[in-house]
Design a protein around this ligand. Structure first.
Ligand SMILES: [Zn+2]
Length: 328
């Protein structure tokens, strides 16, 4: 009896030793296999000591670069120009608020091509929304926009913009797309959806909303405000096949409530100024102010061509002075 017991004990001991040996051999084999894996970096494969994790250095470098990107972003000043109709017809000084000759328009575009780096409003949106340093815009950026959707944008501005490779966003009144000037609804003809598609196909032009009927939004009922925002968005998306997520308010007329309605209707970027034409009212944009208070400088025909660059620079300086004062 005693002998049988000791035989059983001895067998158990041998089994245990074999098990231990197997575990030891297998774990060694696994470690060797891991170290030899081709996708493991060199510093892991080293067996002569623990090397510093080189990723720590890379992470420090990335953090430094992100800091630099944020500092540069804080320094960016972004003027946005606003044009309307371009015509050779005689116009009064009052009318010149929204009119400019083809010659002056070409001179403005040539001047900003030389003195600034034109970017699209979409580029600016992506830049403002980015927080990880992955999106950039050049120094001295400038943005060109048009309101209403005049045929002259297609016939006169578009060829010039193409020639000079200047992107632009056109905010259209969707109920008057394709309307003929003087026939009732509008004074000057508006381009068609077909022409809008042709301009967008160039990759330089983007069409967004200036409401459905060019109404003063603050004077409308809540229901009508929603209809203006949603109908124009629907018509743009149906006819052009891309998201309509930017709104430029007619007459720069809006309230905080309207901005909320626009937000709820799917508008991500909101542009405010339409009818401010005096230099004192001009302002430029800074990324920290977001994408729902975008301001523009209405460029009037009466300004002529020589001082546009001066006016833009003065406005940038004014913003810098204001920001420096606010920071104190
Ligand atoms: Zn307008």
């Amino acid at each position: 009896m005693q002998r049988r017991c000791s035989v059983i004990m001895r067998r158990g001991l041998i089994r245990g030793v074999i098990c231990l040996l197997l575990v030891f051999m297998l774990s060694g084999a696994a470690a060797t296999a891991y170290a030899a894996a081709s996708d493991a970096p060199e510093w892991i494969k080293r067996v002569d000591g623990i090397a510093d994790d080189p990723r720590a250095e890379e992470a420090a470098k990335a953090a430094e670069e992100l800091e630099k990107w944020r500092a540069e972003k804080a320094q960016k000043r972004v003027p946005i120009l606003l044009y309307h109709h371009i015509t050779n017809e005689e116009f009064s000084r009052e009318e010149s608020i929204s009119l400019i000759t083809p010659e002056d328009f070409r001179l403005h575009m040539t001047a900003i091509r030389v003195h600034f780096n034109p970017i699209s409003l979409r580029d600016y949106y992506n830049y403002v929304m980015c927080d990880d340093g992955s999106v950039n815009i050049p120094d001295n950026p400038i943005i060109v926009t048009f309101d209403d959707g005049y045929l002259s944008n297609y016939e006169i501005a578009y060829p010039i913009l193409k020639e000079l490779e200047i992107p632009a966003t056109i905010f259209v009144v969707t109920d008057t797309v394709g309307e003929i000037g003087g026939a009732g609804k509008v004074n000057h003809s508006h381009f068609t959806w077909e022409q809008a598609r042709e301009m967008e196909a160039s990759g330089l032009i983007e069409i967004q909303s200036h409401t459905a009927g060019h109404v003063k939004m603050s004077e409308q009922s809540r229901g009508e405000q929603i209809r203006q925002l949603r109908k124009s968005k629907y018509d743009i998306e149906k006819n052009l096949g891309h998201a309509c997520d930017m709104i430029a308010y007619p007459f720069g007329d809006y309230t905080p409530d309207i901005k909320q309605v626009a937000r709820d209707s799917g508008y991500k970027m909101q542009l405010l100024v339409d009818d401010k034409t005096s230099e004192e009212d001009y302002m430029v944009n800074v990324p920290s102010e977001g994408v729902e208070n975008i301001t523009r400088m209405t460029i009037a025909g009466s300004m002529g061509n020589v001082n546009v660059i001066d006016i833009i620079r003065k406005t940038i300086n004014k913003k810098n002075t204001m920001m420096a004062a606010a920071a104190k």
